[in-house]
Write a protein that binds this ligand. Sequence first.
Ligand SMILES: [Ca+2]
Length: 553
Amino acid sequence: MVSVLLALSLTLGVCACGSQSGDTQSGNSQESVSQEESSVSRTSEENSSDSEESSGADEQVTLRIAVGKHNADVSDNDDFAKFKVMLRKAEEDLGYNIEWLPMLEGGAESEKLSTMLAGDLPDVFWGLLGDNQIVDNTGLFVALEDKIEEFAPNVYALYEESVPDWKEFLTYPDGHIYSMMGGTLVNPGNAIRGTMWINQEWLDQLQLDMPATMAELEDVLAAFRDNDCDGDGDPSNEIPLDWCQKHWAAGYVEMAHSFGLPLGGGYYDIVDGQIVSAVDTDEYRNFLEEFHRMTAEGLVNVEGATQTEEQYNSNLSGGKVGVFWGWAPYTYMSDEELKSQYVPVPPISAEGATFRVQANLNGANRSCYVITTACQNVEAAMKLWDYMSQDERTSFTTAYGEEGLTWEYVGSDPTNRAYTAEEATEMGYEEIASNAGSSAFTATVGMVNCGPLMLRAKADPSGTNGGIRWSAVKNYVPYYMEQTMSRSIIPAEANEEFSFTTDGLNDCVDSFACDSILNGVTDDSWNNYISDLSRYGYEYYLEFQQKHLDSSF
Ligand SMILES: [Ca+2]
């Protein structure tokens, strides 16, 4: 049990400024009333029973927290914490009044985020900022290196005991620490993005074996194309293989892995410690030509390059797809019978190539919890993260919801559970129980991608969602690149030059790939593309990646 020592720098109002606190930023237009400081010692238990009386206007800590919302989270933005039990418990136990400002994770609402960074600063950014946004705006954030031990003792103990070189990992190029970690330090199930899945029932109906080579895969896809696999009477409405460039786990790079091209982290390869080009090679052109041929033969959805994620979900949940890339079937389908038909396809290598993928084995989110200079009470903001980091059970509850539903302790191991809509209803989640078993449910009851740092992933027994995902990922482990990109932080000037010099490069590569997959590659189109790469700074791009790999900016 953590003893929460609150030295409350008392404020009224939201994002108050102009007080004597050293952590304020001038220029904030909101009114502030600064009260005299007092120290209140209390335990969580005491506080939860007396919060009504003790959290009067004089003492109430108010925080505005911009928080990352998972794209599968079905909660209302204005009631973000409704089903997230640990957010509500923390608020109650600490006696805080928290205004949650949810924003989609992964840059989906980057304009809204830019607006916040440009002036409407919340007190905390939780699960929203990347390293670059911190590097580019260090003046907006509070340096924490001298505060963690004192104001976040649980966090400090966790890092000291279990995270080697944590100070080095968290320290930005200007020498300061601006964030506390979230996510899972070692999370094998999340090490890669897309995995390939196939409808086993369709294979069985057609008396076909699991494909192991590209030629076998093509035979299977042709059979899916030519038969009424879904049994609706129409033999022409099956999608043999589906992909979706707009979905982060189903873009063309997933197919490129089969051709020995470890794209996804960037447009490069790493061979013996050297960055080498990957999207201007004969192997790459061959990949595009092969993917095009399969598309032209009706084996691959021609809409893959352009369809929306909604359309992709609809193809998958409609039972029309034979083979697809993605996270796992439960991410896209809620029908139990349908999702049980899909099984993982172990990595398939194209002729003359060996499947390769870049895995990220350090799942810690360095910039998970960042306090801004608008925050009047840095200590209180740190206490909140410390509260959620007080022990493993609390961290897991923050990330995955109430213990005993989506997860539970089995012995001393936090473990994924298979659970039903009935169980969800019994535990008070009737409103969202129809999502039970899907990614949406966990994303709504927890902070799946941005819980406080957890050292280990949940155990994943077979039959649970984690077990299903792992049943696919484990097949990829032998194909991981030996060396992966460094996680060192790129300094602001280097970043700025990179953005400027390679502006348009991503579009250039992705557009050419998508166009080639649809229309094929000609010598003319290829040569134009090669000169475009040069124009958009591909050579500089590769040199930059080498510096990043060597941490030598
Ligand atoms: Ca059909």
